[in-house]
Design a protein around this ligand. Structure first.
Ligand SMILES: Nc1nc2c(ncn2[C@@H]2O[C@H](COP(=O)(O)OP(=O)(O)OP(=O)(O)O)[C@@H](O)[C@H]2O)c(=O)[nH]1
Length: 398
């Protein structure tokens, strides 16, 4: 039952790791810093921020869209793309929305609203293309392809990318086979193929990045929560399990009585005259003593299934299994003797050694006692040992 040691440093490493990538290092170049600042809206978000990825992706999508829509407008202006009214309106609207995404994020607009507006625009743009170009079956397919692709990508990255590639290929083949626009000039066909490939490729990269990042953050959060669970169950001074773990472990051990023929033993021990020890040698020395006693408890109860706890103050507990009362008594004896032989000075006088008192409670197989009854019995035995003059242990059963 001896469990892994305290994981404080691991936790701090993990916590630091959560934000580690978010601030560019001094060694990073100016371009990287500029790019990083742009993606995080001037450093407004770091990687621990729940909106970090959405802001980064929206900025990325906004920047890429600005490039795509501007390129498209240039191609219309320079002639390779047909200058239809709907194309110009759509390109201009796309450009405005993309710039709007970037600016609104910088002004601190709610990320969810910006993301929904961007998705809404994309979907409406595809839908209006389908309505305007009702003669073009490919345009009709786009509003259906978009959600299908997003669904596939969110379900599984590899399947999503394969599905996206397949759909892109099918659309391109359909365009070149003449299923697309009524006008068949090569510039229009090239424009259509370019738009479909760029749009779908970009969408695939964005969603794949999102899913990948989410998985990474989730696994880090899992590691942090495991570390927190370890810290919550430990006493920070001695590294032993704390009272919270004690109650849970005692209940668990009592509930598996039927599966173990041996007796369950609970040993409570408490430093004798610890207040006087603190008063005489100081609190820091008292802390050192408590750590030393925790080491002794670990040493004596070293089997895999033994668990030692610090319940608070100078009170310790050990839960262990024993063949019979003689074996349990031997263990209690050993613990008390080793502590006395440590040679720690007792507050009483120069030649006296520090001692502890203990209460031992043995629970046999048929007992129906609850965890609190077992604890109370052991505590009564400990109290009795103190009353009888300390430096001894008393055994009871329940
Ligand atoms: N150094 C140190 N002292 C502690 C800590 N927690 C509790 N104490 C001290 O432990 C002392 C316990 O005193 P008492 O409960 O009177 O027990 P005692 O003096 O050991 O007397 P008996 O148990 O009857 O032998 C108090 O003085 C507390 O301040 C701790 O974490 N470190």
């Amino acid at each position: 039952m001896q469990k892994p040691e305290n994981g404080g440093s691991e936790l701090s490493r993990t916590l630091t790791g959560l934000g580690a990538d978010s601030v560019p290092d001094r060694a990073d170049g100016a371009w990287y810093r500029y790019w990083h600042g742009f993606l995080t809206s001037g450093g407004r978000t770091t990687e621990e921020c729940p909106d970090y990825l959405r802001i980064t992706l929206l900025n990325l999508a906004g920047a890429a869209s600005v490039v795509v829509w501007t390129l498209s407008l240039f191609l219309v202006f320079l002639g390779p793309l047909e200058a239809t009214l709907e194309r110009v309106i759509l390109d201009l609207a796309g450009l405005l929305v993309s710039i709007g995404i970037i600016v609104s994020l910088r002004l601190g607009a709610p990320v969810v609203v910006v993301a929904q507006a961007a998705h809404g625009f994309l979907f409406l743009a595809l839908l209006s293309l389908a309505i305007i170009r009702v003669d073009n079956p490919l345009m009709l397919a786009l509003p259906l392809v978009y959600p299908a692709m997003a669904f596939l990508l969110l379900d599984d990255i590899r399947r999503g990318i394969a599905g996206t590639l397949l759909m892109t290929a099918v659309l391109n083949i359909a365009i070149s086979a003449g299923l697309g626009p009524a006008t068949r000039d090569s510039a229009t066909l090239f424009g259509g193929a370019l738009t479909v490939t760029t749009g779908m490729g970009f969408q695939a990269v964005v969603v794949a990045l999102y899913v990948h990042h989410r998985k990474r953050v989730m696994s880090r959060l899992r590691a942090v929560s495991e570390q927190l669970a370890i810290l919550a169950s430990r006493d920070p001074l001695t590294g032993l399990y704390n009272r919270r773990s004690f109650i849970r472990d005692l209940q668990r051990e009592l509930s598996r009585r039927e599966r173990d023929e041996r007796q369950l033993a609970l040993l409570l021990f408490d430093v004798d005259r610890f207040k006087a020890y603190n008063d005489r040698f100081g609190h820091p020395q008292g802390d050192r003593l408590l750590k030393r006693l925790a080491d002794v408890a670990r040493e004596v109860f070293c089997r895999g299934e033994d668990v030692a706890f610090r319940l608070g103050g100078e009170e310790f507990a050990v839960i262990f299994r024993t063949e019979d009362s003689t074996q349990a008594a031997d263990m209690a004896d050993r613990l008390l003797t080793i502590i006395e032989d440590l040679g720690e000075p007792a507050p009483a006088g120069p030649n006296a050694s520090l001692t502890v008192s203990a209460g031992l409670c043995l629970v046999d197989g048929e007992s129906q006692s609850t965890a609190s009854q077992v604890y109370n019995r052991a505590d009564e035995a400990l109290y009795h040992a103190k009353k009888l003059g300390r430096a001894r242990w008393i055994c009871v059963s329940c």
